[in-house]
Write a protein that binds this ligand. Structure first.
Ligand code: ZN
Length: 249
């Protein structure tokens, strides 16, 4: 594969918990963005960089976004600190074809809520319970290489109802030890862009080191990458393509 055909991935992280909480820092010494960038960088078809909230324009300038094929988003405690003009810029790029992968608590990020148009609220509980993630669309490219289910031994629970529009494709459903279920892998088309929500990844558990989770995120990057040479989108008043006989009305 030539250099020009590599997928340019930007991993965005609010990067707040690691600085405040020693337990999180011990699990993710390079930050969650660093852990995700580390395993994605091992793929020869990907160029990976990171961006964080504290950078100028949150590290998401127009030129960064213009050269990003797939943006990965992790946020939890600082959603409101993300500036609206940056959210609009990301939104416009998604409609223009950039892929977006929203992880875990990014369900409540400004960008995900704007793309969904709903509250994106859910139930939650943090008692380190087990999660079993079932593949419900085995032919989907994001499920490639997985077994029919995999388990996260200790996690935060997210439960239905998850207030999202019905996904265009639902790839994963989670079951939790406490009894709840959740739509954990949701695909959407928005304009030319592809959006994937993937649930696992609470900051106090080493979930992003788990091989199945890494495989899903890697597959999702390839799925969400823009379609090369997709048709231009035209809106507004147009002339007919055929001659229409004059109508008497
Ligand atoms: Zn969490």
């Amino acid at each position: 594969m030539s250099e020009s055909r590599k997928i340019n991935v930007t991993v965005w992280h609010e990067y707040v918990h690691e600085k405040r909480n020693e337990k999180v820092r011990e699990i993710y010494p390079k930050g969650i963005h660093g852990a995700i960038a580390d395993f994605l960088s091992q793929n020869p078809d990907m160029n990976v960089r990171t961006a964080t909230l504290e950078e100028r324009q949150h590290g998401l300038t127009q030129s960064v976004l213009d050269s990003t094929d797939v943006l990965i988003w992790w946020g939890h405690t600082a959603h409101e600190k993300v500036k609206d003009d940056v959210v609009q810029r990301v939104y416009d790029r998604v409609l223009d074809g950039m892929g977006l992968i929203a992880l875990h608590s990014a369900h409540y990020s400004k960008i995900f809520k704007k793309l969904m148009g709903t509250t994106c609220s859910l139930k939650w509980r943090e008692v380190a319970e087990k999660e079993r993630i079932w593949v419900v669309e085995p032919g989907h490219p994001i499920a490639e290489g997985l077994n029919e289910y995999f388990e996260v031994p200790n996690t935060e629970m997210y439960g239905e109802r998850f207030d999202i529009p019905a996904p265009d494709q639902l790839v994963f459903i989670s079951w939790f030890e406490g009894g709840e279920v959740f739509r954990s892998g949701c695909c959407y088309n928005r304009g030319k862009g592809k959006v994937f929500y993937f649930r696992p990844g609470h900051e106090t558990f080493p979930i992003y080191y788990q091989s199945e989770v890494q495989k899903v995120i890697t597959n999702a990057v390839r799925w969400a990458a823009p379609t090369v040479n997709s048709p231009a989108i035209k809106f507004g008043h147009v002339q007919p393509l055929e001659v229409i006989p004059e109508k008497q009305v």
